[in-house]
Design a protein around this ligand. Structure first.
Ligand code: GDP
Ligand code: MN
Length: 349
């Protein structure tokens, strides 16, 4: 350990939290959290981690969104911890309610079926509104209009490693659009017709699908079936221009017209992931393999010891989800021709 310290000593000393980054060098970006008042103390944990590991140096703003008014307590406690400006927005009722033409008996029936099948969140109206909001509306919120880039942070997550650079400017300088940390498989019962609906859409709009896309990440048989892989969207660092594009808007409108957010339980993760994999060029997508991140029940922890030491990670890398059996990251590494860290194979059990 001592020799490792000596090896990286100059790096340690060049870190530290002294000196904020000048405003001119920052990106047009914000951190964003959709969160409920009851989740205040879980949100506090996330803010502390993000501020301690990253934002304390950069002071990006933080936008909090909710379909209800935030309480004074929520605002007072969180604003005190955010090193940039904290902003609080209410979601318009129209973006968090049932469409007028929703067939209510059909909805209630299909919901009951998911409950009977023990599908997670299957019985919740609120979860469906949340997924639909994250799929088609968050980037339209007035408070987000001032920004181009966002980092989505949920309550109760952990950041295990220092972020010693600005991931937003990294994305910009490397021509990236969508960044993620973990990837896994969706529960099929939540999206029985999402893929069929997607295929109808791209048949209508073949011009939206660039040749050099990442479609192999979502389909292993030339788009016949969906392999259920998706980027875990509770963490995202991305360019909202993508979601604000005609392509994505048309895609969302088509999905929304089929009411699958309600009759099924379509998640924003497969929606964002399918869109990014089909409508972006594959090199516009980025895996942050140097991030330590946890969202119940899985965590990513850099196995690469150089990264682990350099970023002062505090996670157990033997429990890294990235290279475990149910992770879609190994597939992503293969498609993107990325080098996997030493020892990754031991993880695949
Ligand atoms: P999971 O990650 O799929 O287990 O779902 P979560 O419960 O973590 O919800 C995803 C995100 O949406 C989190 O940031 C939650 O705080 C937020 N969220 C979920 N339901 C609601 C809701 O009814 N109202 C608000 N304001 N936020 C919600
Ligand atoms: Mn969550």
């Amino acid at each position: 350990l001592k020799s490792l310290y000596e090896q990286y000593q100059d790096k340690f000393e060049s870190f530290g939290y002294s000196g904020a980054v000048a405003e001119e060098t920052r990106a047009n970006a914000t951190i964003v959290s959709l969160v409920r008042n009851e989740e205040l103390w879980k949100m506090v944990d996330s803010i502390r981690d993000v501020e301690d590991r990253f934002n304390g140096k950069y002071h990006y703003d933080w936008v909090f969104l909710n379909e209800e008014e935030f309480t004074d307590e929520f605002k007072r406690v969180t604003a005190n911890l955010v090193s940039g400006e904290a902003k609080y927005g209410k979601i318009p009722r129209s973006e968090w309610s049932f469409p007028d033409d929703l067939d209510i008996p059909k909805y209630e029936q299909s919901k009951q079926k998911l409950v009977d099948d023990n599908v997670i969140y299957g019985g919740l109206d609120s979860y469906r509104h949340m997924c639909r909001y994250n799929s088609g509306f968050f980037y339209k919120h007035p408070l987000l209009q001032d920004y181009q880039w966002y980092w989505r942070v949920e309550p109760n997550i952990k950041i295990y490693c220092d972020v010693n650079y600005d991931p937003f400017t990294f994305m910009i300088e490397n021509n990236k659009t969508y960044g993620f940390v973990m990837a896994l498989k969706e529960f099929e019962a939540t999206i029985p017709t999402l893929w069929k609906t997607t295929k109808e859409f791209i048949q209508q709009h073949p011009e939206y699908v660039p040749e050099n896309n990442l479609q192999q990440f979502v389909s292993r048989d030339g788009l016949r079936t969906y392999n259920l892989c998706h980027f875990w969207s509770n963490f995202e660092i991305a360019n909202m221009d993508f979601f604000r594009s005609q392509t994505y808007e048309d895609y969302f409108q088509y999905l929304d017209s089929k009411k699958g957010f309600f009759y099924e339980r379509w998640g924003d993760a497969p929606v964002h992931s399918i869109a990014a994999s089909l409508f972006l060029e594959k090199d516009q997508i980025h895996l942050f393999n140097d991030f330590g991140y946890y969202h119940n029940p899985y965590g990513a922890c850099p196995m690469n010891q150089e990264i682990f030491i350099e970023n002062r990670c505090s996670c157990d890398y033997t429990k890294d989800f990235t290279f475990s059996l149910h992770s879609c990251a190994p597939l992503y590494y293969d498609i993107q021709k990325l080098e996997k860290p030493e020892g990754w194979r031991k993880k695949v059990r």
